[in-house]
Design a protein around this ligand. Structure first.
Ligand code: PLP
Length: 467
C-alpha cells in the first residue's frame, strides 16, 4: 500500500443513532439552565459529545453477539470464566477482581492498602484516583517529567514519570510511607500522553529496590502499547498485544476501567499477584460490589469486555484510533489553535491558557472554551484545569489554580466519522477567530470534592447566541 494512502475507519456502520441539530439560541438557553456546566446538559441537546471516551464506545457485532451469550448465573458463570481468561491472557496477573467501573477498583485497592499519612506517587493521578487516595487520608503526588507540563513542547513520551523525583520522594518520606506507586497509561490528566517501556521499566526497578508495589492505571493500555510500537526503538515489529504483556510484566497489579480500552459501556477490574491482598479485596468487593465472579456486572457485560479486550489490540483498529487524534490535532494546529503537543491517544487537549491569554486562570479560561464550543456548534468538551483541579480554601475562600488550563476533546471509540471530526475543526476554528470577545467565568456554587461534576458558573462577559 502506498504510504500516502489515507487511513480509513476499519469498520462499516450497521446501526445508526440520530443526533439532533439545535440552534444557537436553544443552546444558550440550555447552557443557562445547566448553570453553564456542560456536565448538566441533556445528552440529547448535544450534537457531538466529546465529554469523555469512557463508556461511550460503539460495540462491535461480535460484542453484541457476546452479550447474547451472557450467562447470568450468580456464581461461577461461563461469562466470568471467559472474562477472567481474556484478562489473564493480556494482563498476566494471578488474581482478577471484577468491578462495575474503574473507580470501584480504585476504592477497593486504596481502602485496603492506604492509611492516613501515606504517600502515593504517580506520573499524574486521574481525578477519581486522587480522590480515592485522599479519602483515605493519604497524599496523592504527581511526578510528571518537566516536558509533561509544557503543552507546546513535543516529547514522544510526555506521560513519563520523573524517576529522579521519585527517588527524591522515597528518600524524603521513606518507603514505609509509600504503600504503592502508580503509572497512568496513557496519562489522561497529563494530556493523554503515553509512557515509554523504558520509563515503566525504570519506575519498576526503583519500586523493586525499595519493596514498593508498582501498579498501572491501565485504562488506555492498548493505546499506550501502540504508541510504544510507533515511537520506541525496538518495538516497530512487535504486536500490540505482546507490548501490552511486556508492560504488565514489570508491575505487581493494575486498576482498569473497561469503559476505555475494554471497548465496553460499563465495567472494570482490579488485578494483583498478591494472594493475601486479593482475599482482603474480595471481602470488600462482596460488601459493596457483588460476588467475586461478577463484581457488580451482569454476565453479558463480562462477555462484552472479554471480546472488547481482544478487539482493542487489533493493529488496524489502533492505527485508525491514533490517526483520528493526529488528524484532529494537525488541523487545529494548522488553524492556529494552541493544543497540547503531540496529540494524545484518546483526545486532543486545547491549551485554554494560550487560547484565551487575556483570561487569567482564576477566571477559568477552560470553562469559557468549553461553554463556547457548545454554544457555537453543540460540541461538548470538558475542562481539565482549575475547575477540575483547583481548590477553594474553606476558611479563606481563596482559590488555588491548576498547573495547566486544558480543554479535552475526548474521542469516543468507533463512534464519529471523519466528516464529524471536520465539523468539530470548523467550530473550534470559529470560536478561536472570535477569541478576543470571549471572557472568563466565576463559580456560583461548588461542592468540596470533585466539584467540576456539579458546580454552577456565570460568565463575566456578555455571552451571545449570535456573536
Ligand atoms: C486514567 C483514568 N483512571 C481512572 C478512571 C476512572 O474510571 P471509571 O470512570 O470507570 O470509574 C478514568 C476515567 O476516566 C481514567 O481516565
Amino acid at each position: 500500500m502506498s504510504p500516502s494512502r489515507r487511513i480509513i475507519e476499519p469498520f462499516r456502520i450497521k446501526v445508526v443513532e440520530p443526533i439532533r441539530m439545535t440552534t444557537a439560541e436553544e443552546r444558550l438557553m440550555h447552557l443557562r439552565d445547566a448553570g453553564y456546566n456542560v456536565f448538566k446538559l441533556r445528552g440529547e441537546d448535544v450534537l457531538i459529545d466529546l465529554l469523555t471516551d469512557s463508556g461511550t464506545s460503539a460495540m462491535s457485532s461480535e460484542q453484541w453477539a457476546a452479550v447474547m451469550r451472557g450467562d447470568e448465573a450468580y456464581a461461577g458463570s461461563r461469562s466470568w470464566y471467559r472474562f477472567e481468561a481474556a484478562v489473564k491472557e493480556i494482563f498476566g496477573f494471578f488474581h482478577v477482581i471484577p468491578t462495575h467501573q474503574g473507580r470501584a477498583a480504585e476504592r477497593i485497592l486504596f481502602s485496603t492498602i492506604c492509611k492516613p499519612g501515606d504517600v502515593v506517587p504517580s506520573n499524574t493521578h486521574f481525578d477519581t484516583t486522587r480522590a480515592n487516595i485522599e479519602a483515605m487520608g493519604a497524599d496523592a503526588v504527581d511526578l510528571p517529567i518537566p516536558e509533561g507540563l509544557v503543552p507546546a513542547r513535543f516529547h514522544p513520551f510526555k506521560g513519563n514519570m520523573d524517576v529522579d523525583r521519585l527517588r527524591a520522594l522515597i528518600a524524603e518520606v521513606g518507603a514505609g510511607r509509600i504503600p504503592i506507586c502508580m503509572l497512568t497509561v496513557t496519562n489522561n490528566t497529563g494530556g493523554g500522553q503515553p509512557v515509554s517501556m523504558a520509563n515503566i521499566k525504570a519506575v519498576s526497578a526503583v519500586c523493586r529496590e525499595h519493596g514498593i508495589p508498582f501498579y498501572l492505571d491501565a485504562c488506555r493500555f492498548a493505546e499506550n502499547a501502540f504508541f510504544i510500537k510507533l515511537r520506541e526503538d525496538g518495538y516497530a515489529d512487535v504486536a500490540p498485544k505482546a507490548i501490552a504483556q511486556e508492560m504488565f510484566s514489570y508491575t505487581d497489579g493494575c486498576t482498569m476501567s473497561a469503559k476505555k480500552d475494554g471497548l465496553a459501556n460499563i465495567g472494570g477490574f482490579l488485578c494483583t499477584n498478591d494472594a493475601a491482598l486479593s482475599r482482603q479485596e474480595e471481602n470488600l468487593l462482596i460488601l459493596t460490589e457483588g460476588f467475586p465472579t461478577y463484581g457488580g456486572l451482569a454476565g453479558r457485560d463480562l462477555d462484552a469486555i472479554a471480546v472488547g479486550l481482544e478487539e482493542v489490540l487489533h493493529e488496524d483498529y489502533l492505527t485508525y484510533r491514533i490517526e483520528v487524534s493526529r488528524y484532529l490535532g494537525e488541523h487545529l494546529t494548522e488553524g492556529g489553535v494552541p493544543i497540547m503537543q503531540p496529540p494524545g491517544g484518546h483526545a486532543v487537549y486545547i491549551d485554554a491558557a494560550a487560547f484565551l491569554p487575556h483570561v487569567p486562570a482564576r477566571q477559568l479560561p477552560g470553562q469559557s472554551v468549553a461553554a463556547e464550543l457548545y454554544l457555537d456548534g453543540g460540541i461538548r468538551a470538558v475542562e481539565i484545569g482549575t475547575v477540575m483541579f483547583g481548590r477553594r480554601d474553606p476558611e479563606t475562600g481563596q482559590e488555588s489554580t491548576a498547573k495547566m488550563e486544558l480543554v479535552r476533546l475526548a474521542i469516543p471509540r468507533r463512534v464519529y466519522t471523519k466528516s464529524q471530526i471536520d465539523y468539530l475543526v470548523d467550530v473550534t476554528l470559529d470560536v478561536y477567530r472570535r477569541r478576543e470577545a470571549i471572557g472568563g467565568f466565576r463559580f456560583v456554587e461548588q461542592a468540596p470534592v470533585l466539584r467540576h461534576f456539579t458546580a454552577t458558573f456565570e460568565p463575566l462577559y456578555p455571552m451571545e447566541a449570535t456573536p
